[in-house]
Design a binder for this molecule. Structure first.
Ligand code: SF4
Length: 206
């Protein structure tokens, strides 16, 4: 057997990184199948120029949120707004992940609520990993809600699951409502705990 023939036999066929395929229908279909396992209903491609960054989002994190300075997925542990603006110039495409949830315990700190949050969190991280293996080596997930993998975040001590740790969408000063509007999705405030809530994550793709 020639050396080349030998190589042919042992080198597995791999997807190449920085694929020029973009977000094909085939890829979206695969993502939907994978995302369903985590309760994700829709996955929509968007251009990063449609992502709205606003200073006021950071203000909301700093004042009026108990997770500020208490969780690795939230400010001030996350990138600053100027770092975010610079970071987004390195991406042109992203995915909006949308899930539905009925949660009568929305405003309470319960195990049931935490279990749901962990499921959505893992869904985003899992799809990011899936995309990496599809050739999107820059894929990076921004998750919905503060990290709840631990009952109480170890912050400022070392994170217990650093491989799963990701920043939240809001921690990157992303105006979610403005961004959704840019891609033609209207939002409403749920005022009754029996209503269906939606949750949103973003994967920066390419
Ligand atoms: S994995 Fe635990 S320690 Fe790490 S960010 Fe999440 S809650 Fe905090």
């Amino acid at each position: 057997m020639s050396p080349a023939g030998h190589l042919k036999k042992i080198v597995p066929i791999r997807k190449s990184f920085r694929t020029t395929e973009g977000v094909s229908d085939k890829l979206l279909k695969k993502l939907h199948i994978q995302g369903k396992k985590y309760g994700l209903e829709s996955i929509l491609p968007l251009g990063t120029e449609q992502i709205v960054i606003a200073n006021w989002v950071n203000l909301k994190c700093r004042y009026g949120c108990a997770q500020f300075n208490s969780n690795w997925s939230c400010p001030p542990a996350t990138p600053t707004i100027s770092e975010v603006r610079e970071l987004l110039t390195e991406y042109t495409t992203a995915l909006m992940l949308i899930g539905n949830q009925t949660c009568s315990e929305f405003y309470r700190d319960t195990n049931k609520k935490r279990t749901d949050q962990v499921r959505y969190w893992k869904g985003t991280v899992s799809l990011e990993r899936f995309l990496f293996l599809e050739g999107f080596d820059k894929a990076f997930g921004l998750v919905s809600g503060a990290c709840s993998l631990c009952k109480k975040c170890a912050y400022p001590e070392n994170c217990r699951f650093p491989m799963e740790k990701r920043p939240t969408v809001e921690s990157l000063a992303i105006d979610l409502v403005g961004t959704l509007k840019n891609i033609g999705i209207g939002t409403q405030i749920a005022t009754d705990l029996k209503e269906t809530f939606k949750y949103y994550s973003i994967i920066l793709l390419d």
